[in-house]
Design a protein around this ligand. Structure first.
Ligand code: AMP
Ligand code: MG
Length: 421
């Protein structure tokens, strides 16, 4: 049966094709204040309203001068001082220097700034200490060196983070045009689920997937819409799916395995869903379902005719892995993001790994990666876990180690792929 299922690569390619198609419809545009823009997607390019920097700027505390004068090591007369915030001054006479602070405009005529640590000051004169020389342009950022007035600095579709906020602020944007978020319905299923604030009776468990998936939807660029959990019966599922039809996209959790009470696929089939795949050769997450529903009612303007859905296996690690690999890229595309695919990186395996588990499946194992040691490849090690229900192990991990389908074991020191969370 496994052989008929797509491999990870094949399934990922199918999803990316659909995502690209969905991404062609431009989302609506809304305005947000700059301070609330983090995590959103730019709907219009950010442009420089003036040169950056707007004036030749000193990067050091020291003395503005002509490099050729200073390099002769003769005393230069101090004829002025510039602090950050002063208007550009000058001109600088020949053989003179101008005291200057970091961030201040360089006076006209000066072509370099000598650092305060590299001079000797005597009375009203300053001299570059030999044997040091000064090059033209040293410690100065020229006007417009970072950006020219009118330059497009960030294209539409850029995800806004702190650096983009800083740039927009510098260019005078107090508000930004961003894409409207796609509304993503989250429908968890299972008779065993109780609300987070309830005390589970014997045999019951708290619904942890709903808040987990809501957080993941938001991180991917969507607006989560958490529906009440549905019981494992046809009527409850039909009712919940009817409600969810108002969303741009649908994420289901649970009920997609081969068990007697796995009723999600039949419920979707009753709505004449088109299934792109019903299973992928991965572990965890093999029963993953991907497809689309055609809306019966006439959609409002801007609403898509098709609603893409994922049926994620209910085990929390399976849900998380399949969401990251397949659902997040589609949400990102609906949100108008320029870059949509899952993020992989390379790391060095810290300990030998025997591939336990079924052959023929690409595995994604909760792992812990240490970043940040300069000059070294990040190191990764598996987090011990008790299978795909082990939320505690997942919460101790910060990535998933990718074990390719054909790999049976990996040795310590091997360079491996990791899926970033
Ligand atoms: P299923 O995919 O419906 O067969 O679910 C597999 C297992 O995942 C269940 O037995 C539960 O233990 C767990 N599970 C399913 N849904 C959730 C959920 N919403 N939150 C936490 N665990 C869940
Ligand atoms: Mg279930």
């Amino acid at each position: 049966m496994s052989a008929a299922l797509p491999s990870y690569d094949e399934a990922a390619a199918m999803v990316l094709i659909r995502a690209a198609r969905l991404g062609k419809v431009q989302p609506g545009i809304e305005q947000v204040r700059l301070a609330s823009a983090a995590g959103r997607e730019l709907a219009k390019a950010v442009q420089a309203d003036q040169d950056q920097p707007p004036f030749a700027r000193s990067t050091r505390d020291g003395f503005a001068c002509r490099a050729a004068d200073a390099s002769k090591h003769i005393p230069l007369n101090l004829v002025g001082a510039a602090r950050a915030g002063d208007a550009p001054a000058g001109p600088l006479p020949k053989g003179a220097a101008w005291e200057i602070m970091t961030g201040a405009p360089v006076p006209a005529g000066a072509d370099a700034v000598v650092m305060i640590e590299h001079v000797e000051v005597e009375g009203n004169q300053v001299r570059l200490l030999p044997p040091r020389k000064l090059k033209r342009g040293e410690n100065i950022v020229a006007k417009g060196a970072q950006a020219g007035k009118g330059d497009k600095l960030l294209p539409a579709g850029t995800v806004i983070g702190s650096a983009q906020i800083a740039l927009a602020a510098t260019c005078g944007y107090s508000k930004l045009d961003v894409f409207a978020r796609p509304r993503v319905a989250i429908l968890t299923t299972g008779d065993e689920l109780v609300a987070v604030d309830a005390t589970p009776a014997p045999g019951q468990i708290r619904n942890s997937n709903a808040p987990m998936l809501a957080a993941m939807v938001a991180a991917a660029g969507g607006e989560p819409w958490v529906l009440p959990a549905a019981a494992d019966n046809a009527k409850a599922l039909d009712r919940a799916l009817a409600k969810a039809s108002k969303a741009d996209m649908l994420i289901l959790s649970g009920g997609v395995s081969a068990g007697k009470f796995d009723l999600v696929e039949p419920a979707l089939a009753r709505l004449r869903a088109r299934f792109h795949f019903t299973g992928v050769r991965i572990q965890p997450g093999k029963p993953l379902v991907f497809g689309e529903l055609r809306r019966s009612s006439i959609p409002a303007q801007g609403v898509r005719r098709k609603q893409c859905f994922f049926g994620l296996p209910g085990n929390p690690v399976s849900s998380a892995v399949t969401f990251l690999l397949f659902a997040a890229p589609v949400i990102a595309a609906l949100a108008g993001r320029r870059e949509c695919g899952p993020r992989f990186a390379l790391a060095r395996l810290a300990a030998d790994l025997d591939k336990h588990g079924k052959p023929g499946l690409t595995r994604f194992l909760p792992a812990s990666c240490t970043f940040g040691q300069e000059g070294t490849t990040p190191g990764v090690k598996l987090v011990p876990w008790q299978g795909s229900g082990d939320i505690a192990a997942m919460a101790r991990s910060n990535c998933f180690l990718v074990v390719p389908e054909e790999t049976s074991s990996l040795e310590a020191g091997a360079i491996v792929r990791i899926l970033l969370t």
